[in-house]
Design a protein around this ligand. Structure first.
Ligand SMILES: [Ca+2]
Length: 320
């Protein structure tokens, strides 16, 4: 169908820059810092006896208990190896002073970097696997969280998504020759689950794959489908226009209603529709499928009225 696709197909809108808290990185030049040998660390400071309080009636400040666990959140909780992951929480001073180590499932611990009052970063080792994450100090585990989900990306296109932002995508294999979207709710276990900040995949060669399910998962460059689910937050009520741009088929549902049907095998092209929505959050589902080579594309745009410019629905408007 789109084997003879015209390379002069419509120019897609430029995807928005990632939100400031994301850590988009190249995947080839990030080096994992090795833990510093113990011999290079200064000797521990011997605590000096505290002088007696001149006013005994004054209450003493409680000393933090050694067994206090770190209260941390890992964001994003999904990403490719050799990118940085941010941990946010209330770090005790001793953690900042002595350094923290992060162990991703299946890999040796890595030293936390860029430690601030309430956050630090860790580079995901190249042999990390999907699973729990441990943060430790001096060999003692302070926090166990996760799981961190490792997704393949050799293209650098995948942007790790902050917790709760973006859309979840369930990926299914399709039989070669599929002409239309099957019922993705009846496909059983997905082949993979991915998280995307928004739908901003401009037309690209099929061989690049879909961001998040690139080369590591082999042949998934043709004949696959993805059901994206989450909520969309509408800033103002009234008539709102949506534009769904895809290669091949796609369908947009809001609050269970089919809003745009752009199904079938076709080159990168758009369909639009207008829908009345109240301000606030609405359930959104976008079904997408990639049939044959040579191109892949999926973009969701919106605007408040016909006088506004089309804009790709930003990550800030999507949650899961
Ligand atoms: Ca295609």
């Amino acid at each position: 169908m789109n084997g003879g696709q015209d390379p002069s197909q419509p120019q897609p809108a430029t995807p928005p820059p990632p939100p400031p808290e994301t850590q988009a990185r190249g995947t080839t030049n990030v080096r994992v810092r090795r833990p510093t040998p113990a011999t290079s660390t200064p000797p521990p400071v011997v605590a000096q006896p505290t002088p007696a309080q001149p006013t005994p009636a004054q209450p003493t400040t409680p000393v933090p208990v050694q067994t206090t666990q770190l209260s941390l959140v890992m964001e994003p909780n999904v990403g490719p190896v050799q990118t940085s992951v941010r941990f946010v929480g209330d770090l005790p001073a001793r953690a900042r002073m002595r350094g923290l180590e992060v162990r991703f499932s299946g890999a040796s611990p890595v030293r936390a970097t860029r430690v601030t009052r309430d956050s630090f970063y860790a580079t995901v080792p190249s042999n990390a696997q999907t699973g729990p994450v441990e943060v430790s100090m001096g060999g003692r585990v302070l926090w166990t969280g996760g799981p961190f989900r490792v997704v393949p990306s050799d293209s650098g296109l995948l942007v790790p998504v902050p917790v709760a932002r973006g859309l979840t995508g369930k990926v299914y294999r399709l039989n070669g020759g599929t002409q239309r979207l099957p019922d993705l709710g009846a496909q059983g276990q997905p082949f993979a689950t991915i998280v995307v900040p928004n739908l901003a995949v401009n037309p690209r060669r099929f061989s690049e794959g879909f961001p998040g399910i690139a080369a590591d998962q082999g042949s998934l460059v043709e004949w696959f489908a993805i059901r994206f689910e989450g909520t969309i937050e509408v800033p103002a009520g009234g008539a709102r226009e949506f534009k769904l741009f895809s290669d091949d088929g796609s369908v947009l549902y809001i609050d269970g209603q089919k809003v745009i049907d752009h199904d079938g095998l076709h080159v990168a092209s758009a369909k639009t529709a207008q829908v009345q929505l109240s301000p606030g959050k609405h359930k959104i589902v976008v079904d997408y499928f990639q049939g044959p080579r040579y191109y892949i594309a999926l973009e969701l745009h919106w605007r408040g009225n016909a006088q506004e410019a089309w804009q790709i629905v930003p990550p800030e408007a999507l949650s899961r």
